[in-house]
Ligand binder design. Sequence first.
Ligand code: BTN
Length: 318
Amino acid sequence: MIDEIKLITLLKEKKLSGEELAKIFGTSRVAVWKKITKLKTLGYEIHSDKEGYKIIKNPDKPLPTEILPALETNFIGKNYHYFEEIDSTNNYAKSKDLPNGSVILAENQTAGKGRKGRKWISSKYKGLYFSIVLKPNLEVTHLSKFSLLFPYSTFKTLKEFTTQDLKIKWPNDIYLNGKKLAGFLIESSIENNLITKLIVGIGINVNQNTFDFPEDLNYIATSLKLEEGKEFSRNEILLKLLYNIEKDYTDFIKTCYINMKDIEENLLWLGEKVSVYEDGRMVLSGIVKGLNSDGSLILQVDKETEEIIYVGDLSIRY
Ligand code: BTN
C-alpha cells in the first residue's frame, strides 16, 4: 500500500524515480505509476523525466492530502471527509454518528442549506463549505452565547486576510463592505438540558466572481476576491479557521466565557436604525445598542424603551 500523504510529502521535497519509490513503499513500479496518475487527476502538477517524479504545484483544493498533514489542531478536523459534491455537508453530518471534531467539506453542494429554510449557493471550488461536528455537553442556557463563538472565530480569522470593513451581523453572519461574506447554520441536539451535539455549518465566499452568484444576490453577497481583487488560498483560510475555532471552543468549554464586548464593537449597524424580521414579517425597529452577556441584542425602540431580541433577522430596510 502506498501512503498518499507520505508520497506527496516526499515528492514535494525532492525528485524520486519510480524505482526508488517502489523500494520505499515496498510495491511495484506499476503501483507507483498508478498512484502518480491518481495524484495528477486530483490536481497535483507532477513533473516527470528520466530521473523521476517531482511535485511542482499543489492543487488549492482542501483535499485530505493537503489538510491533514498541515492541521495544527488537537481534534478538530482529525476526522476529515472531503466530497467533490454532496447535497449538504450539514445533512451528511446529521445522518452519521461521527466523532467529536469531525469536519465534512464539499466543493459543491446540490442542496446547500441556509438559515430559515433558505438555500446556500455553493459555486464549485470557489468557496469553503463545511460542517464541524461537536459534542460539548454544555447546559442549553449557553446556546445563544455559544452560537456566537463560530462567527466570532471566523471574523477574527478573516481579519487576517482583509483590512477592509469586516463586521459581524447579529446573530451569525459575516459581512464585508456591507455585503454577506459568510453564513452559519448551527443545528443542535439537546438531551436533558444539555447540548449533546452541534453541527456547525459554515459557508464562506472566497474566490467567487460576480457571475458565480445568481443575479438577485449580487447586491447582497460578496467574496474576498471580489472585495480584494485577488485570489486567496482556501486551504490557508481553512487551516487557520479550524485552529482558531478549536482554540475558542476549548476555552469556552472551560470558562463559558466569550468576549462579548469585542463582538459588540464589531457589530454591523451598531448605533444605526434597523428592523427585526421574524418569518419574513417586520416585528420591531430601533437602534442597535449592543449585546447582552447572553448574546441577545439590545435595541432602542424609543427614547425610554429598550427591547431585548433573542431571535430574528436584521435589515436596514423599514
Ligand atoms: C445562512 O447564511 O443562512 C447559513 C449558511 C450556511 C451554509 C453552510 S455551507 C456548509 C453547511 N452545509 C449546508 O447545507 N449549509 C452550511
